[in-house]
Write a protein that binds this ligand. Structure first.
Ligand SMILES: Nc1nc2c(c(=O)[nH]1)N[C@H]1C(S)=C(S)[C@@H](COP(=O)(O)OP(=O)(O)OC[C@H]3O[C@@H](n4cnc5c(N)ncnc54)[C@H](O)[C@@H]3O)O[C@H]1N2
Ligand code: MOO
Ligand code: MG
Length: 420
């Protein structure tokens, strides 16, 4: 184990390199597949579109027949049939002929362009047998060609992609109602602390409600893990050990909150030792969240995150979620949290302690005149949760720095950014 606190970058690399991703594939119904990581490549077994089709409500024509058409000199066409979407055309277009056609309908043989109703004279009413065209059309105008979107045989989705709305649309298009995905990593969450009471319990002197468990569970759910909430337990080594033992064979990761500093009742190191987990490192040069402890029991990583709620949040963003991305099989260029650059828009410069710690300040990033600005939230103490509610990012400030107003700083975005 390390004898000195680790730099954040080193600590993150140690976590990521200690893990390998799950390869177990399950099949889930398409409508429940969002948030899963795709486990197999998806090949296009047909062209998309499957047939040449109209992009407009109007008339299918041969573009060569439209040359010279204008408002002053319309060209007349004989309407030979009507083709609604979903129907197959019965006739082939010959010179001077048009077919009334709706958006999405199959183009008749012979046609190579579609004119909109708006480019014809008095053609909105149905049943007209003569169409007068007011403008010339180019070859392929208002036509979607077979395979122009996706070619048969091409790989449309690759393993490791996170399934969202767009991927669901593609899977639906190819008739994949059962999706091969990696099983979601199961992450047990256990909050330790004799002061903790359940959310539904009335408040008692000296006690606080357990807010960490559900917060961490939600972060895990959003990142594609399956949270497994254990009952929060007092700072009792045996009780905590047993609580974990009950589930140890069914989990991929363990997150404990609290009990990792140097207090008389900070018993998490003993609990991990009881479970024969090997400590990889303890303490990092960050604030909040410095007493973070990382251990491994065989292949199962144990994340001993700090009990202070804001520290719990930061430890989760910096360690738990990148680890989850790796375990879940997600192929992203960088498993670390996505960083952006934002201009410091506070009234005063940020003055930091000279201690060589990387600070993660709760902050709000917003767009103004195309530039990402950031202001710090009121209340940066590790125990505060109020300031998290209004924050959408964490400003990263490396040790011993003064950040001036207008300076560009790295920010870890975790929420939506709005325009101001
Ligand atoms: N002598 C020292 N004391 C402390 C140090 C230190 O270096 N020397 N480090 C401080 C720092 S920094 C942090 S961060 C905290 C970390 O404490 P623990 O991780 O051991 O967490 P606890 O002691 O269990 O609790 C801390 C704080 O958080 C509240 N808490 C705990 N669990 C929950 C929960 N599930 N939901 C809401 N709030 C929770 C708890 O009541 C405490 O107030 O240690 C400092 N001390
Ligand atoms: O690491 Mo603690 O969260 O700095 O207060
Ligand atoms: Mg403590």
């Amino acid at each position: 184990m390390n004898t000195y606190p680790l730099h954040i970058d080193e600590a993150q690399q140690k976590v990521i390199s200690s893990l390998s991703h799950t390869t177990q594939i399950i099949r889930v119904p398409l409508q429940e597949s969002a948030g899963y990581i795709l486990g197999e490549a998806i090949q296009a077994d047909t062209d998309v579109p499957l047939f040449d089709r109209s992009m407009m409500d109007g008339f299918a024509v041969r573009s060569e027949d439209t040359v010279g058409a204008s408002f002053e000199q319309p060209i007349s066409f004989r309407v030979i049939e009507e083709i609604p979407a979903g129907a197959t055309p019965l006739k082939q277009l010959k010179q001077g002929e048009a077919a009334r056609i709706m958006t999405g309908a199959m183009l008749p043989l012979g046609a190579d362009a579609v004119c909109r109703f708006e480019a014809t004279k008095d053609a909105f009413q149905t049943g007209v047998i003569e169409m007068k065209l007011l403008a010339a059309l180019e070859f392929n105008e208002n036509v979607a060609r077979q395979g122009e979107d996706i070619r048969k045989g091409s790989q449309v989705l690759t393993p490791g992609m996170r399934i969202g709305a767009a991927e669901i649309a593609v899977l639906a298009t190819f008739g994949i109602s059962e999706v091969p995905v990696y099983r979601k990593p199961v992450v047990a969450i256990l909050s330790s602390g004799s002061e903790l009471i359940e959310v539904s319990e009335p408040i008692q002197p000296g006690k606080i409600r357990n807010s960490n468990s559900l917060m961490v569970a939600e972060l895990i759910r959003q990142a594609g893990g399956q949270p497994l909430l254990l009952k929060s337990t007092s700072d009792d080594i045996d009780l905590l050990t047993n609580e974990i033992k009950l589930v140890i064979d069914q989990i991929d990761m363990l997150v404990t909150t609290g009990g990792v500093s140097v207090g008389d009742f900070d018993v998490i190191p003993d609990v991990y030792a009881n479970l024969e987990a090997e400590t990889i490192f303890w303490k990092i040069l960050i604030k909040p969240g410095s007493p973070f402890r990382y251990a491994m029991r065989g292949k199962i990583p144990f994340f001993g995150i700090s009990g202070n709620p804001a520290a719990s949040f930061v430890n989760s963003q910096l360690f738990v979620l990148p680890a989850l991305r790796k375990l879940s099989g997600q192929s992203v260029a960088n498993l670390l949290p996505p960083m952006s650059q934002a201009k410091l828009a506070t009234a005063q410069p940020l003055m930091l302690s000279a201690v060589k710690q990387t600070r993660f300040l709760r902050a709000t990033a917003y767009l103004q005149e195309g530039i990402l600005n950031v202001t710090t939230a009121e209340g940066q103490s590790s125990g505060m949760i109020g300031s998290l509610v209004h924050a959408n990012c964490l400003i990263r400030l490396d040790g011993g720095v003064i950040a001036n107003v207008g300076e560009t700083l790295p920010v870890l975005l975790f929420g939506e950014v709005h325009v101001r």
